[in-house]
Design a protein around this ligand. Sequence first.
Ligand SMILES: NC(=O)c1ccc[n+]([C@@H]2O[C@H](COP(=O)([O-])OP(=O)(O)OC[C@H]3O[C@@H](n4cnc5c(N)ncnc54)[C@H](OP(=O)(O)O)[C@@H]3O)[C@@H](O)[C@H]2O)c1
Length: 347
Amino acid sequence: MKELKLALLGFGVAGKAFSQILLDRHDAIWEDKGLDVKVTAITTGRSGCLVDPEGIDLARALELMEARGSFQPGDPGYRETDSLTVVREGDYDALIEMTPTNIKNGQPAIDYLTWALERDKHVITANKGPVAFAYGRLKKLAREKGRCFFYETSVMVGTPLFNMAETCLPYCKVKGVRGLLNASCNYFLEELGRGRSFDHIMEEARRAGFLEADPSQDLDGWDAAVKLTALMNVFMNAEMDPARVERTGIRGVTADQAREALARGKKIRLLCQGHMDCEGRPVAVVRPEEIPFDDPLAASDLVACLRLDTDLMGPISIGHHKMEPGQTGYGLFSDLVRLVRHVAETL
Ligand SMILES: NC(=O)c1ccc[n+]([C@@H]2O[C@H](COP(=O)([O-])OP(=O)(O)OC[C@H]3O[C@@H](n4cnc5c(N)ncnc54)[C@H](OP(=O)(O)O)[C@@H]3O)[C@@H](O)[C@H]2O)c1
């Protein structure tokens, strides 16, 4: 029986959602491709690790994490170890990296991916940090090693974007991108337009649990800038980092401004735009702008949306309408299926 062994780094929202889909679709992959996909390691930051080269009982691991929020001594496969040790010494074929994003420099995730590729392992990441800070380097290493490096979930939560462009737009150049990349900012701006104050929305978002303890990543445009950088690195070989993005967040937008814009038939949105100038330098801007109602980016029910300006197909827009943890899992799973196809073809 052919196997594909996975090491999972991170077992939070993304890790659990991915694992659930893998459990549900494991047999379908086996029937379709003759490949038994096994998880041989799960690491977390402070919540314990599981390691079993024969395959971890994933359903049990999910149950334990749901019930207790951690893995503990006595759990099947429990091991005192850490991510770097697993990456450097563990028994796996592909690393699935789902640790928190470090928006300052993308670490330690970049090191995890680099070590895994150096060991001739395939890598999949949900984390925009490595794509924003080290895309060129990681892509080159993956190519040299003949290994896959996929990152569909890192921008727009698994909406087919990178994989779609790579498989469905062959030899088509992306000349520019324009979109809304931060769902929290969209929500804030929509609520401001309903006349509610910034502080009130902030308090409610915190209570509902969808605002970070440190909201500056979203509200000051950092999250959007890191995602825009990732897009430009992948689609335009921009080789830039997020410090190159001209960035203005949404804290300065008032309810009055949002309502005045509405009265003029426009909505304020945190718009992300990027292209390469005529000298081949990246131009990337994140700032609140007024968008006319008839522009798809103004739709109230869009969580995120992106327009790719291409040379052979003109503009192409793609968006998603709802935010659910399963989508994060599916983006990772779609990368896994791409990897499975690659592995099955080369067996
Ligand atoms: N959630 C989404 O909808 C979504 C969408 C797209 C992309 N992503 C990306 O996916 C990644 C994970 O997001 P998430 O929502 O799953 O975060 P999360 O719910 O906060 O979970 C993070 C997980 O990573 C673990 N962790 C922290 N440091 C680690 C380390 N050094 N090695 C191994 N594990 C470590 C944490 O363990 P402890 O709890 O023990 O610290 C936890 O299990 C992030 O990069 C995020 O940007 C998430």
